[in-house]
Design a protein around this ligand. Structure first.
Ligand code: ADP
Length: 243
């Protein structure tokens, strides 16, 4: 293998990351780099390693080999406490299911991470209200999220991720449980607000219509990033093609 094709100029990088679950290799040397403010989509067949790559980039999984860099520092070698702190303060997450607490109201769900980060109660709830409003679900603030529709719940999840003013949002099939029209609305809001706030987004999806919202697309196959398309990816693609 050649040296890593990514440079220190990126906000997030995976360099030749390998990760197995028991005997199952999920990643076999995946490299990808994401610029500050970029919206990157990761596509590929089911089981190709997309989610594992996202979890490695977000410091949730530790790779067996390779390196993960965030904002100029090695993420994969940080201690668990420091990685947890980073995840809480710099990263927001939107997953397909289950990230909201169904017994709590929408406002509670959005305010909760802020309260955990020691934001005062009034400010936390005021911020939650602002983001619920921006996601078009201000009227659901007092509703338990378990009672909301799938589309409403995902808007609350996006509000919760953005309310923390994260540097990066990691989204794993964020519209996977929604019909296409509802999914498009959620993607419209997520990408418009991310662009407005300069938030970097790393998005796993199997849906080309969802990927179309991104600035750049990479394809994962058999645990490797096989294709890197789009303006910011040209350097990586050229270097990979030359190998
Ligand atoms: P994708 O997101 O592209 O569908 P994944 O990253 O979820 O792919 O999975 C890649 C491979 O790793 C698959 O073979 C999957 O079965 C396996 N895998 C992923 N997560 C786990 C896990 N927690 N335990 C065991 N195997 C896993």
């Amino acid at each position: 293998m050649s040296s890593p094709v990514v440079t220190g100029a990126y906000l997030i990088e995976a360099r030749e990351v390998a990760k197995s679950f028991g005997q199952t290799p999920a990643l076999r040397g995946a490299s990808v780099a994401v610029c500050q403010g970029e919206i990157l989509a990761i596509m590929g067949p089911s089981g190709s390693g997309k989610s594992t790559l996202l979890h490695c980039l977000a410091g949730i999984f530790t790779p067996d080999r390779g390196e993960v860099w965030f904002d100029g520092q090695r993420l994969d070698t940080l201690g668990e406490a420091e990685r947890t702190r980073l995840r809480r303060t710099a990263f927001g997450f939107v997953f397909q299911f289950g990230q909201l607490v169904p017994e709590l109201t929408a406002a509670d769900n959005v305010a909760l991470p802020l309260l955990l980060n020691r934001v005062g109660r009034r400010t936390a709830y005021r911020t939650a209200g602002t983001w619920l409003d921006r996601l078009g679900v201000a009227d659901k603030g007092r509703h338990r999220t378990g009672e909301l529709s799938g589309g409403e719940a995902q808007r609350v999840a996006v509000a919760r991720a953005l309310a923390m003013a994260p540097t990066v949002i990691f989204a794993d099939e964020p519209t996977g449980s929604l019909d296409s029209l509802t999914g498009e609305k959620v993607m419209d809001l997520l990408t418009a607000l991310a662009r407005e706030t300069g938030t970097t987004v790393v998005l796993v999806t199997h849906d080309a219509r969802v990927a179309a919202y991104a600035d750049r697309l990479v394809i994962v196959r058999d645990g490797m990033v096989s294709v890197d398309l789009g303006p910011a990816g040209e350097q990586v693609s050229a270097a990979q093609a030359a190998q």
